[in-house]
Design a protein around this ligand. Structure first.
Ligand code: NAI
Ligand code: MG
Length: 504
């Protein structure tokens, strides 16, 4: 039996700065100014811990996308495009410092809008965003081409490459880590010299608008960053098909990722980066350090209430330790404190929305019907907000929907395996390929498995190692391209090969 869910009045629990922000008008940020939508659209952001409305926010439409893209183009051709790299670095560095100055306030707003524990947003999500800006501030001054000796006539030409910014970049982001996701799009694009139009998810528009205020304070020239709160099927779709957008970087569902790739192809063949879903295997061998593997397996699926693209949702356990690991994870699940993010005792927040609650509930109900056994959780928790009890399923087989589809909730499928070759096949029997964890004290086995799994990130005796310098992205239907590291800035640069005849 889980502990009772803790509820708080989200607004009352905010500090003064966050409350003042909530009371300010929430408008689009275009060309350096806050403005209404041409068509007058609005959306309502809600607190998923209670289902209560927080505040109304202007919703951008296609005309607003046109205005924002035009402002971004003007800045690219002008003020931002003409900045020297060191000035780009300085703006990014200032933005990072401003984020640290306002850490508590941003974390509280993020917590209210997403439901996630404020103490986690303050310790992880918001500082990580600041570190991404700092990291890419460093890259702004280190972009360089190469020189080439041509293979057929090296004496006739001096040949070299230039790396040039792609132009106007669009970022479309999801609701699970809104403030951090904004930095994943903005920081590398701006460091590369692009200008940006960012569209946050309609469920979580708030911290992006606080970021817009900090962008002004940091001194970015007007139009360099434009932020359009709005819906996916209107503002998002308009960005994906816009002929004035040179690049779109998207994070979200595989279904929308396909639509964005199709819209990009049908419009101007804009460059596309996609960070999509996952069904990541967490593989525990019998020789693993279980003191570390068991709590990490729980954190890997229950963290952020399972609303994480790289969640360890398929827990594969070598047969001799199956019962021990499953009961360890189940005990952790049963003891987690669910509650509103602004209560300091909450370990797990709610799911994002009624839609997500229905989706997760539907997956678990279907799994029951397919023959899975529910060892703990399995249903909604509390009777307001969108809480779902951490859930451990056993007797799930690789062919069941619950073991194949991304659930995006605190639901893990525990499955036994016998041999290394069997587990390699099981781990790779998925359309996704975002991440994998491998737990073993045998170094040879660890390296063999790391090479054998088809995933963009492999974590050995750990989980969820994220660093600004480490590329992250998916194999197969988990996406196209990489974020972070040098790959992350490459994704906003074009390569031009220049050959100068030197007359030989
Ligand atoms: P989504 O993919 O619909 O939303 C992500 C972003 O895309 C939002 O900003 C949304 O407004 C925008 N969008 C929606 N339709 C669009 C369109 N036609 N053109 C351009 N932009 C569009 O994700 P949703 O519906 O909120 O969640 C559904 C499922 O997606 C989740 O259950 C989960 O499985 C997966 N998901 C994966 C995420 C990840 O981090 N990889 C994050 C969020 C959701
Ligand atoms: Mg919200």
């Amino acid at each position: 039996m889980n502990k009772p869910v803790i509820f708080v009045d989200g607004r009352d629990a905010l500090g003064a700065a966050a409350r003042e922000f909530i009371d300010r008008p929430k408008r689009l940020f275009i060309g350096g100014a806050f403005t209404d939508s041409v068509a007058g659209g609005k959306l309502m952001s809600e607190d998923p811990a209670s289902g209560a409305d927080i505040c109304a926010v202007v919703a951008a439409d296609a005309e607003d996308v046109d205005r924002a893209v035009a402002a971004a183009r003007t800045a690219f051709d002008g003020a931002w495009g003409k900045q020297v790299p060191a000035a780009r670095a300085e703006c990014l560095t200032k933005l990072a410092a401003l984020i640290y100055d306002n850490l508590e306030e941003i974390a509280e707003i993020e917590s209210l809008d997403t439901g996630k524990p404020a103490h986690i947003a303050k310790a992880l999500d918001v500082p990580f965003a600041a570190e991404i800006y700092k990291y890419y501030a460093g890259w702004a001054t280190k972009i360089q081409g190469r020189s080439f000796d041509l293979s057929l006539n090296p004496e006739a030409f001096h040949a070299f490459t230039r790396r040039e910014p792609l132009g106007v970049a669009a970022g479309v982001i999801p609701w699970n880590f809104p403030f951090a996701q904004a930095s994943f799009k903005l920081a590398p694009a701006l460091a590369a010299g692009c200008t940006v139009v960012l569209k946050p998810a309609e469920q979580t528009p708030l911290t992006a608008l606080r970021l817009a205020e900090l962008v002004v304070e940091a001194g970015f020239p007007e139009g360099t960053v434009n932020i359009l709160t709005g819906f996916g099927h209107t503002a998002g779709a308009a960005l994906a098909s816009h002929p004035g957008v040179d690049k779109i970087s998207f994070t979200g569902s595989t279904e929308v990722g396909r639509k964005i790739a199709a819209a990009a192809a049908a419009s101007n063949l804009k460059r596309v980066t996609l960070e999509l879903g996952g069904k990541s295997p967490n593989i525990i061998f019998a020789d693993a350090n279980l003191e570390s593997a068991i709590p990490t397996a729980a954190a890997a699926i229950f963290g952020n209430s399972g609303q994480v693209c790289n969640a360890g949702s398929r827990l594969f356990i070598e047969a001799p330790i199956f019962d021990q690991v499953v009961s360890g994870v189940r005990d952790i699940a049963a003891n987690m404190q669910l509650g509103a993010g602004l209560n300091p005792d909450s370990e797990l927040g709610p799911l994002m929305s009624q839609v997500q609650l229905d989706r997760v509930t539907g997956h678990v109900d279907r799994a029951r019907g397919d023959g899975a056994s529910v060892l703990c959780g399995g249903s909604r928790a509390g009777d307001s907000g969108y809480f779902f009890a951490p859930t451990v399923l056993a007797e799930t087989t690789a062919d069941m929907a619950v073991a194949r589809e991304e659930i995006f909730g605190p639901v893990v499928c525990a499955m036994p395996f016998e041999t290394e070759s069997e587990i390699t096949g099981l781990a790779n029997d998925t359309n996704f390929g975002l991440a994998a964890s491998i737990w073993t004290e045998n170094i040879g086995k660890a390296h063999r498995m790391a090479a054998a799994v088809n995933a963009g990130a492999v974590w050995v005796n750990s989980f969820g190692v994220f660093d600004p310098n480490l590329p992250f992205g998916g194999y197969k239907e988990s996406g196209w391209g990489r974020e972070f590291g040098i790959e992350g800035i490459d994704a906003f640069l074009e390569t031009k090969a220049v050959s100068v005849s030197i007359g030989a």
